[in-house]
Design a protein around this ligand. Structure first.
Ligand code: ADP
Length: 894
């Protein structure tokens, strides 16, 4: 900033405030405008398309300036925050009429992408998380990092402890924060943070002991133990403390209502890494341009399963899909509920009808607690709560007399703790009119008959209005001027208007107030008296309505904990109902869960692909993995359906562990601890690493993290490099998974060479997706059968895709040549192509470097080969071997 000494007092004040909010755009209230200066003005003019003007700073320097009217602030704020800016709102905090000198100003709130309340910034289907990431202090014995996640609009506050690396990245990806607080100088997560505002905070703000005290004070408890947060949870406490401290800074007038922090202990849910989440298209499609319906992008598991009726349900479903369970009993409790809701079709319909009118109770309650809910919103809260009785009736009917096998279902648990909040709903619905205005004052907010004082004021105002009509009539009669009328304007209040033609008949006691072109306006003492009564009554009505409304809102807001709990119950019921609904419509079945290794899917389908096809067009397939047959090599031509089967297995396991029914005729799922899905050579260039490098580092992460209880799905690993490299890597990775890890694995590959693994390793099985050949054409049957593909069919797929005939013919020719070249090479390293596969394996892995393909491509075999074939290495001395080799190399180069 330029200038200094010469600045006006106003600019001095501005600078003092701006110095404390350097990283934010400062909206500086000046009367009816918010003004921005300097760089802020420049940014705003760019983002908002405002005209940049200049203001004289009292000195020589001109200050760039841009302003927005106070009335239109919501829209401007939204646009700035959408662009990832932080905006500090500085208000005049004293009445300018009484200010001595410069009006006092203060920043009353800072709005950021993670701390936004405006409805139009939010998506009802997803949470708006602000996260804080804490890494352990160097002294800490526990090396795990922690993530605190708060959604200010719903009050959710969760803490997650995770190993740095894939587990932590998975946690960050799961919350998909809008804003992330990180310690200055510490490592952030490795997940891409596109579109996330990253805010650096000082290391000391994450200090656990300070945070422990502050959090206890914030939640009004003596210690955090009551929330299940103990001495060992320092890092998590530090993250939570930094987050709450940041919120205090953003909203100095009071931090919004957060529920007590919930610590998610490791082991309860399955961490899903970003690649798995993306590749299985759980909540976001791989191609983000896929059409979005209702904010849920099509082509995802979420879109297929989402038949929720409330925003809370939609958010919870998303959360569940990203956090499958790993323990049998909580999964069974959900499945049992879905079963019950499936059987009780009528109650399910009744339940869905009752839920249909329930609005976003969670966000509305939080708004009430933050004194931000409008009359209309409070009424919406009341109406929504009013439906909970009907929800409960349907719920109890669905629970039925007893659960089928004695295991407790979530429905029973929800019914037991059900809170219909009738005591919160009744006063709201009783006091507020059916459709209250957005603001007090415009129209009636409080019903007649609720408050005697209010009714009296209203009668007075109505009486005043009647009286004015009476005065008009009396004055007409008295003066004989039939065109005389009583009117009202803001400056003069009530007046009697008489046209110039009738001026002669104006009585003496009329006092003239205003002269118009064709008329004069007068007042009389009687008129003034009634005017007084009407105007003060209106003002007092507004005050009284505001008092009554604020009391109602405060009472509802005070019940925030109850409201948050019941919103969670509604959300869960909604998701379980949605699962039951989808199961029935799509023909899903309840999976059998087990704690053993086995995964057996009969007649499995891909839930998303099947939905995009005509009914029954999808071909179901069986997959059976046991400890003795745990690694499947899946070969077959492109487009046969390998990726579909691979993902279908992953989705079925995931759905089962989420507690949802699955698209299969029958499924037994041995619970897995982790699910990894890696697809080779996908377009990951956004992350600035070469595709192959990314592929390898992700494969490496799997090899380091998977256990025998994991499910690993690999699609075309090793594709991003030369064939020899690729096959070798794929081979070694499979061996490692089979020998060292022993997990369930499906490896889809177009390297048909890998089918030989089955001869080497006992628990490897070959499967292929069937195609029928007719002439040189192929028909995809999409049917899985034991056995391996013996070739790739790439050219046929090229034909299907419409490559010109000449190109196809040439491709066949080249393929033929390459195949004879391969044969030649096999012979060159002394391998008999007809020998047992075990011996051939060397031929695959031995020549690390592929010979330059041009060498023999369009020529006949090189003459050196004949010489090589004639050699007998066993009969040579080392020196002979070396000299022969040198000679041959010399010839090959010439
Ligand atoms: P690959 O991975 O073998 O190249 P994909 O799994 O991508 O093949 O499948 C190619 C296409 O075949 C899919 O887009 C889908 O339309 C169709 N498909 C795959 N599996 C089936 C199936 N089981 N039934 C019907 N169509 C299928």
């Amino acid at each position: 900033m330029s200038g200094g000494g010469g600045a006006t007092p106003l600019m001095q004040q501005y600078r003092e405030i701006k110095a404390r909010h350097q990283d934010a755009i400062l909206l500086f209230r000046m009367g009816d405008f918010y003004e921005m200066f300097y760089e802020d003005a420049e940014i705003a003019s760019r983002v908002l398309g405002l005209t940049l003007t200049a203001r004289n700073n009292g000195g020589a320097a001109e200050v760039p300036l841009a302003g927005v009217p106070v009335k239109a602030i919501a829209d401007y704020l939204r646009r700035l925050v959408r662009h990832g800016h932080r905006v500090a709102i500085c208000e005049q905090v004293e009445d300018p009429r009484f200010a001595k000198g410069i009006v006092k100003r203060e920043v009353v709130e800072t709005v950021t992408p993670g701390a936004a309340f405006a409805d139009d910034l939010l998506d009802g289907h997803r949470n708006n998380f602000l996260c804080a990431l804490a890494v352990p202090s160097p002294r800490a014995a526990d090396r795990r990092a922690a993530l605190a996640a708060a959604d200010l609009t719903t009050g959710e506050f969760r803490l997650v402890v995770a190993e740095p690396g894939s587990e932590l990245d998975a946690a960050v990806a799961r919350f998909a924060p809008r804003e992330l607080l990180v310690m200055r100088g510490a490592d952030g997560p490795a997940v891409p943070l596109d579109g996330v505002l990253v805010t650096e905070r000082e290391g000391w703000e994450f200090d656990p002991s300070m945070a422990r005290e502050e959090l206890a004070r914030h939640f009004g408890v003596l210690s955090l133990e009551g929330f299940g947060i103990g001495v060992g949870d320092d890092t998590a406490v530090g993250a939570a403390g930094a987050l709450v401290r940041y919120l205090r800074e953003l909203q100095p007038t009071g931090v919004p209502q957060l529920a007590p922090p919930q610590l998610e202990r490791a082991g309860g849910t399955m961490p899903l890494d970003e690649m798995t989440r993306r590749n299985l298209e759980l909540v976001d499609p791989l191609r983000p341009d896929a059409a979005a319906a209702d904010g849920v992008p099509a082509g995802t598991l979420l879109a297929v399963l989402d038949r929720t009726l409330t925003p809370m349900g939609a958010r919870l479903l998303r959360h569940w899909l990203l956090a499958p369970l790993v323990q049998r009993s909580p999964i069974e409790a959900r499945l049992e509920a879905v079963t019950a809701l499936g059987v009780a079709a009528e109650s399910r319909q009744a339940l869905r009808e009752a839920l249909d009118g329930v609005r976003d109770v969670e966000r509305l309650a939080t708004k009430a607690a933050a004194a931000r809910a409008s009359p209309r919103e409070l009424r919406a809260l009341g109406d929504s709560l009013g439906r909970l009785g009907a929800v409960e009736t349907a719920l109890r009917a669905a629970v039925g007399p007893s659960a089928s096998d004695g295991s407790e279902s979530r429905l029973t648990m929800l019914a037991t703790g059900w809170d219909d909040a009738a005591d919160i709903a009744a006063p709201i619905v009783g006091a507020l009119v059916d459709r209250p205005p957005l603001q007090i004052g415009d129209e009636e907010t409080i019903r007649p008959g609720v408050d005697a004082a209010l009714d009296e004021l209203r009668a007075l105002r109505a009486g005043g209005k009647d009286a004015i009509a009476r005065i008009q009539q009396e004055e007409r009669d008295r003066t004989g001027i039939t065109s005389l009328k009583v009117g009202f304007n803001r400056v003069f209040g009530y007046y009697i208007e008489i046209s110039n033609a009738n001026r002669h008949a104006v009585p003496d006691e009329y006092q003239r107030r205003q002269t118009l072109t064709g008329a004069e306006r007068y007042v009389t003492p009687a008129l003034k008296e009634y005017e007084e009564r009407v105007l003060t009554a209106s003002e007092r009505i507004e005050t009284r309505e505001r008092e009554l409304f604020e009391t109602l809102r405060r009472q509802a807001g005070a019940e925030i904990r109850r409201l948050q709990r019941l919103a969670a119950a509604v959300a869960e019921l909604d998701v379980l109902g949605s699962f039951a609904e989808v199961a029935e419509r799509e023909g899903y079945v309840r999976p059998l869960l087990s704690d053993d290794f086995t995964l057996e899917i009969r007649g499995g389908r891909h839930p998303v692909v099947e939905r995009m096809m005509p009914r029954d067009a999808f071909i179901p397939n069986d997959v059976h993995l046991t400890e003795d047959a745990r690694l499947v090599i899946l070969t077959g031509p492109n487009m046969a359906g390998k990726s579909t089967i691979l993902r279908q297995v992953g989705l079925i396991v995931l759905m089962a562990q989420v507690g949802c029914f699955v698209p299969a005729a029958r499924a037994t799922v041995g619970i897995v601890d982790r699910l990894f899905t890696r697809v080779g050579a996908s377009d990951n260039l956004v992350r600035g690493q070469s595709t192959f490098m990314v592929e390898m580092s992700e494969t490496s992460a799997i090899l380091h993290t998977a256990t025998s209880r994991s499910l690993v799905l690999l699609d075309e690993i090793g594709r991003g490099t030369s064939t020899y490299d690729g096959v070798s890597i794929a081979w070694a990775v499979s061996e490692h998974l089979h020998e060292e890890i022993g997990c369930k694995t499906i490896f889809a590959t177009h390297y048909h060479e890998l089918v030989q693994l089955a001869d080497e390793l006992p628990a490897v099985r070959n499967f292929t997706v069937d195609v029928r050949e007719s002439g040189d054409r192929i028909v995809f049957l999409h049917r899985l059968r034991p056995g391996g593909a013996d070739r790739s069919y790439g050219i046929e797929v090229g034909r299907l895709a419409g490559l010109p005939d000449a190109v196809l013919a040439r491709a066949r020719e080249v393929l033929h040549l390459l195949e004879s070249e391969q044969l030649a090479r096999d012979l060159a390293v002394g391998v008999d192509p007809s020998a047992a596969p075990g011996t051939r394996r060397r031929a695959i892995t031995a020549p690390r470097q592929a010979p330059t393909p041009q060498l023999g491509l369009f020529a006949d075999a090189h003459p050196v080969l004949d010489e090589l074939r004639a050699l007998e290495p066993d009969a040579m001395t080392p020196i002979e071997a070396l000299t022969t080799l040198a000679r041959l190399v010399g010839r090959a180069k010439s």
